[in-house]
Design a protein around this ligand. Structure first.
Ligand SMILES: NC(=O)c1ccc[n+]([C@@H]2O[C@H](COP(=O)([O-])OP(=O)(O)OC[C@H]3O[C@@H](n4cnc5c(N)ncnc54)[C@H](O)[C@@H]3O)[C@@H](O)[C@H]2O)c1
Length: 438
């Protein structure tokens, strides 16, 4: 369903009229295209504090991005502020002093990335100061406008955070704003810079259409061999997707008792490196009107089958060491939503699964586990939402528009990349900084 309002505000009369009426002013986001695969322009690197408080290796990591490091940029495409050295609240004045003079000059569709340190459990002054950065960045994301985004990355290692910085400084992160991403210190695994997933096999569930189809497309673009799974009744669409991507179709209901074994045998002998649990359904009703027939399938498809197949593929050794699982949550699982007790329970459960499994799966199997939590994404699922609720869903975020399936797909590709070894146990909202659950 086309966003006619966004198209209208992209025209001169539309801009004039909506400004006069005080209506939202969404900007067309700059996404990946063959012609423009990277963000272009200058990168302003700032530091809150002296040289001694700088994050080691940050300068060389920033040099390797596609942006031009420019100490005096008048119109930077991106500003990266190293605030990892902030240990007390008086030092927060340095954050203001660095960003206040430049924030107005950030180019349209630009990025502000603040690097913070992990919040200390033993030093309450450091904890207060570093937590303050979260409120700061989330507020800035709401102020920037013009398709600009703001993100906080908590890290102790610029090298560990390199793939995350590259993602945030790329068109792929156009719909990711107001987020806090925690990155560990693990060294990135070696991979081809242009096609980081080459030589890898990816299984994407619910890939006959919508977000799953886009995820399979971006993973294939990044070099992965894709196996796409969907219910047997969607086989025609599934085969079309597989053929287009040079992959394999696996028609299968993910809730089948033997789904894990059937997937494992379809992926033998090489196993799988990337497992994307995207299949999902809604059966909305308020709890008072919701029979078990609407509750059970939602929990089964969205949550229990994800647990069951992940366990089966991990324990059977089908998920290769160095691999990655990405499950699909939703902002409904964070904020809750009237009429979606079943759906929100299932999606909150996904967040629990990620937090509960990530450290152990990495330690025991060398597999990372993360989640994407989409906000309002333009798909058949959201096209079925009544008009006024749909329009509210589209506008109630800092970017004033719905996301596209490709936004979730790009985020998934970053999480799955071997370069993202230090990203584990994260739930990344792809929601344009939705007001819900923020
Ligand atoms: N669209 C949004 O705004 C949005 C927001 C938050 C989360 N999500 C989540 O993103 C995921 C994809 O959403 P979408 O909008 O593309 O939905 P969609 O309905 O367009 O696609 C979902 C796909 O999953 C498949 N599927 C359903 N049950 C299955 C089963 N038992 N076995 C195998 N495949 C099955 C469907 O056939 C369909 O092809 C879902 O998990 C959804 O909950 C979507």
């Amino acid at each position: 369903m086309a966003d006619r309002y966004l198209n209208f505000t992209g025209t001169a009369p539309g801009r004039f009229l909506t400004r006069r009426l005080g209506l939202p002013q969404p900007s067309a986001l700059r996404r990946w295209s063959k012609e423009h695969p990277t963000l272009k322009g200058e990168l302003l690197a700032l530091r809150a504090g002296d040289e001694a408080s700088a994050l080691p290796d940050l300068a060389s990591v920033l040099k390797r991005t596609n942006l031009q490091l420019a100490p005096e940029s008048a119109r930077p495409t991106a500003v990266v502020l190293d605030a990892t050295g902030i240990r007390d609240t008086p030092s927060l004045a340095l954050v203001h002093a660095e960003l206040h003079p430049v924030v107005r000059s950030v180019a349209e569709n630009g990025r502000v990335v603040v690097l913070g340190a992990p919040v200390s459990a033993s030093d309450h002054h450091q904890a207060a100061a570093q937590q303050a950065l979260e409120g700061f960045v989330r507020s800035l994301g709401k102020e920037l406008g013009g398709g600009r985004t703001a993100t906080l990355v908590r890290t102790r290692s610029a090298v560990g955070a390199e793939s995350t910085l590259r993602f945030l400084l790329s068109p792929g992160s156009a719909y990711v704003s107001g987020q806090v991403i925690e990155v560990g210190e693990a060294e990135p695994a070696a991979c081809d810079g242009d096609r980081p997933l080459s030589g890898r096999t990816a299984l994407v569930t619910g890939a006959a259409r919508g977000i799953g189809e886009a995820v399979a497309g971006v993973l294939a673009r990044e070099g992965a061999r894709v196996v796409v799974l969907d219910v047997p009744s969607a086989q025609a669409d599934l085969v079309r997707v597989a053929d287009r991507l040079g992959g394999t179709a696996l028609p299968l209901d993910i809730t089948a008792d033997d789904a894990g074994e059937r997937i494992a045998s379809a992926l033998a002998p090489g196993g799988v490196d990337i497992l994307v649990h995207n299949a999902g359904i809604t059966r909305d009703r308020r709890l008072a009107n919701m029979p078990a027939e609407r509750w059970d399938p939602v929990l089964d498809v969205n949550l229990t089958s994800v647990l069951r197949t992940t366990d089966a593929l991990l324990t059977s050794g089908t998920l290769n060491r160095g691999g990655s699982v990405v499950a699909t949550a939703s902002i409904a699982g964070i904020a809750g939503n009237a009429g979606q007790t079943n759906y929100a329970a299932s999606k909150a459960g996904i967040i629990g699964l990620v937090r509960g499994l990530a450290p152990g799966a990495f330690a025991e199997y060398g597999v990372r586990v993360n989640a994407v939590a989409p906000g309002f994404i333009e798909t058949k699922m959201t096209a079925a939402v009544p008009l006024f609720i749909r329009e509210a869903g589209r506008r109630m975020n800092s970017l004033g528009q719905g996301g596209l399936p490709v936004d979730v797909a790009e985020t998934t590709a970053w999480l799955c990349s071997p370069a993202s070894t230090a990203v584990n146990g994260q739930v990344i909202r792809v929601c344009g900084q939705s007001l819900l659950g923020s």
